[in-house]
Design a protein around this ligand. Structure first.
Ligand SMILES: [Zn+2]
Ligand SMILES: [Zn+2]
Length: 374
């Protein structure tokens, strides 16, 4: 489908280069991604306006477009914009220093783009107790920061970065191939537009130095191991633009000596004496972050039976609703007996010899069957 670039920019076909530039400035300002975050419609309009300006803002491409339409532009060095950064980079040199984006958004006058610094990733270990209540963790990380000696410029104090003579400070160079012009990043200054003759001795000209810094991480209630938290703007700055990358915190929940997390529930193994399991009663059960509670042990509790204590589990990350505490019983056989215990158990044993329990009765029946058939 043929697109009308004049309509896209809202200008007449006779419009001067100056008014085309103005129209694009206006649209770029209105639909700029910084002002319309997560608005796909604005992003589309920003891209469409940029594509239109790529053609109409260039007298040669415009001439071809006027004569042959969009078809004629094939191979005419049009930009294929894949991201907003592509757009900033492409038009930064057309407007030179302090161009359309520099004016509005305080971008660096040489690059005009939004280059961000490096993003970082750290592992953050938290305890199960931290997760139940949510907490703040201070982590120390080594990251690069703007060199205060040269303010990130990379030039030794008292000296200035010199304008690159190859690209005359534009950071890009134009290569003519017959009729058409192509722009590429300046090979001498790497697109910076400047050359540092005497580098800052502290940062070696990089503009960044290693620093230790402390970051406070908010541990969300109910967070699970493997969750990645994004902290925007907590990464390293770009020395030119000052725009910081992000910090990604990968959460690991440490193993707890008493509790195992199973979805929203906590599981705790609780040893019980045989007599308590048989007679029933109460057992003291530990909880996370608060005092222990008394749990009812029903008469006849078997080894491995699970007692459920409602609402004493973990909060859900999204709803905050708490799971349960599951007490898995473990009937302990005593390894050492007092004389009195032994007396009682022997007495019990005699009774068990005459009164056969249901499980044992079942077993004995199976054994009889087995002996008969073999
Ligand atoms: Zn250069
Ligand atoms: Zn420095």
């Amino acid at each position: 489908m043929a697109r009308d670039y004049y309509k896209t920019l809202g200008v007449e076909p006779e419009a001067s280069q100056e008014s085309i530039k103005k129209a694009y400035r206006r649209m770029a300002f209105r639909y700029h991604p910084d002002r319309n975050p997560e608005d796909p419609e604005a992003a589309e309009k920003f891209k469409a306006a940029s594509e239109a300006y790529d053609v109409l803002g260039d007298e040669e491409k415009r001439r071809i477009y006027d004569r042959y339409g969009e078809e004629g532009l094939k191979g005419a060095g049009r930009h294929d914009f894949r991201s907003a950064d592509d757009i900033f980079e492409t038009f930064s040199d057309i407007f030179g220093g302090g161009g359309i984006f520099g004016d509005f958004f305080g971008r660096n006058s040489n690059s005009g783009n939004r280059r961000k610094g490096r993003s970082l990733r750290v592992n953050v270990e938290v305890s199960l107790e931290d997760v139940e209540t949510g907490s703040q963790k201070n982590i120390t990380l080594k990251k690069k920061d703007i060199c205060t000696d040269c303010d990130g410029e990379g030039a030794a104090p008292g000296t200035e970065p010199a304008t690159c003579s190859y690209c005359r400070g534009y950071g890009q160079v134009e290569q003519r191939q017959g009729f058409f012009a192509m722009r590429t990043t300046c090979p001498r200054c790497g697109g910076k537009g400047t050359i540092i003759k005497s580098p800052c001795t502290v940062c070696g000209g990089e503009g960044l130095v290693n620093k230790k810094s402390e970051v406070q991480v908010e541990v969300p209630v109910g967070v699970e191991s493997g969750t990645r938290l994004k902290m925007p703007g907590k990464g390293e700055p770009d020395p030119e633009t000052g725009v910081r990358g992000d910090l990604y915190c990968d959460i690991t929940v440490k193993e707890h000596p008493l509790f195992l997390r199973r979805g929203p529930d906590l599981v705790c193994n609780l040893p019980l004496p045989y007599s308590l399991a048989a007679l029933g009663g109460t057992a003291e059960v530990p909880t996370l972050n608060s005092d222990s509670v008394e749990a009812d042990v029903p008469k006849g509790t078997r080894n491995g039976d699970v007692l459920r204590l409602k609402g004493l589990g973990m909060p859900d990350m999204r709803t905050g609703k708490k799971g349960d505490l599951l007490i898995k019983t473990f009937i302990e056989v005593p390894q050492k007996l007092t004389r009195r215990q032994e007396e009682l158990l022997r007495e019990l044993s005699e009774i068990e010899g005459t009164h056969i329990s249901p499980e044992r009765e079942g077993f004995l029946n199976k054994l009889k069957e087995y002996v008969k058939t073999h």
